[in-house]
Design a protein around this ligand. Structure first.
Ligand SMILES: Cc1ncc(COP(=O)(O)O)c(C=O)c1O
Length: 407
């Protein structure tokens, strides 16, 4: 019994849940419901860009006959809705990845793909290689498997042998490498083709899978397209079934995150295993949402992506221009060709986490301190700014306030 008379649950939880703690930052960010606070802390799409009419029409169509509604509302297969998997086969094909339906499974957001991948590959004592910084949600997804983390190229100059040796010394092996090569969350930076090839070399030398999180791939506002790690590996090995890359895609950033539809594309063998893991988790993703995504993607995917990119390009430009005007000397920031984020590095002695309470309470502006994106520590003088959600006017006003705080 706790002092408040509630049952004390703490001792019932499994040891592996130790890391499941709401952070202080999360608590602070609850204050953001106040509309007077300008938030660059979110990582979410601009809801004014959702294709609402198309989604609404697609729901109506999915329910318009007993045959369709019977299918849309019934239990279904764990692999996902066949016509949507076929659409993804075409999408991947246009990106240089020849594959079949058996190479594609639907997941409840690509976040579920990361969760299943953790369960499939990470054993006791194993090490996962991640970029520094990396996507916080991936660390959360892998967390219950209690991995050790080590730093991934190109940030580190560790070799395949040194990484394997360190993993062994920690009582396991390298389970896989995880990367966000396009307009990464949190930095907005993309890995060039040479870096992707180097990463594939490293994974090949270690003989480990490479998990490619392509959440932002479609959101390119400038610069030339870079082949995905999966495409590069298929070119090298000759076929998707010979590749070691598992590619996680999503409709969250292009169409809508609320429908929770993403996919994993890779060799048949791990896809079959991931389907079994998914079956145990949620049986299948909501069929009606998959039907709706299929309908909307078939009708207007390219136009929708073009609309989103045009809007975010304007916001990115506004944020970069405002940073130029307002940031103090010594601060540096990334200039992303796409995605939703700019990453700011302050002078080495500054601590973005320690300044957040003042930012919110005094300047009424919020960001995410960079520390939480670092699996192996560091990043105190860094922060993530989101530009997809605030309006251009609020971007200008909010960056001016931040400039004042950081000066
Ligand atoms: C890098 C990255 N991967 C995966 C996800 C998860 O996206 P979803 O589950 O909506 O597909 C996100 C969401 O913000 C992300 O930033």
């Amino acid at each position: 019994m706790t002092q408040t008379g509630e049952h004390d649950w703490a001792h019932h939880y499994a040891a592996r849940t130790r890391g499941m703690q709401a952070s202080e930052i999360r608590e602070l960010l609850k204050l953001l419901e106040d509309p007077g606070i300008i938030s660059f802390a979110g990582g979410i799409p601009d809801p004014t860009l959702f294709p609402v009419a198309e989604i609404s029409a697609a729901y109506t169509a999915a329910l318009e006959s007993p045959e369709k509604s019977g299918h849309a509302l019934q239990y279904s297969v764990s692999e996902g809705y066949g016509p949507l998997r076929d659409w993804i086969v075409g999408y991947m094909g246009r990106r240089g990845v020849a594959c079949t339906r058996d190479n594609v499974m639907i997941v409840t957001g690509s976040q579920q793909g990361l969760d299943l991948i953790g369960k499939l590959f990470v054993g006791t004592g194993d090490t996962v290689l991640v970029e520094r910084p990396t996507y916080m949600g991936a660390l959360q997804a892998f967390g219950p498997c209690e991995p050790n983390y080590d730093d991934l190229l190109p940030g580190s100059n560790a070799t395949a042998a040194s990484l394997a040796e360190r993993a062994k010394a920690r009582g396991g092996r390298v389970a896989f490498a995880y990367c966000v090569p396009d307009f990464a969350n949190p930095t907005g930076v993309s890995m060039g083709e040479a870096a992707r090839k180097k990463l594939l070399d490293l994974c090949t030398e270690m003989d480990v899978p490479l998990i490619e999180d392509a959440a932002y791939e479609a959101l390119r506002y400038g610069g030339a397209a870079i082949p995905s790690c999966l495409e590069l590996d298929v070119r090298r090995t000759g076929s998707i079934d010979a590749s070691r890359v598992l590619y996680c895609g999503t409709f969250s950033k292009s169409i809508s995150p609320g429908l929770r539809v993403g996919w994993v594309c890779g060799a048949k063998d791990p896809i079959r295993k991931l389907v079994l893991a998914k079956q145990a988790g949620d049986l299948h993703s909501a069929t009606i949402n998959q039907m709706v995504i299929h309908e909307v993607a078939t009708r207007c995917y390219d136009a929708q992506v073009a609309k989103v990119c045009a809007a975010y390009r304007t916001k990115r430009d506004a944020m970069l221009a405002a940073l130029d005007r307002h940031m103090p000397k010594g601060a540096q920031w990334t200039k992303p060709d796409g995605g939703m984020f700019v990453w700011v590095t302050l002078a080495p002695e500054r601590d973005a986490g320690a300044m957040l309470p003042d930012a919110i309470r005094r300047e009424r502006v919020a960001y995410v301190p960079g520390r939480a994106f670092h699996a192996t520590g560091g990043g105190e003088n860094t922060l993530r700014l989101n530009f997809s959600m605030p309006t251009v006017e609020r971007i200008e006003a909010g960056i001016a306030r931040l400039g004042k705080l950081f000066a």
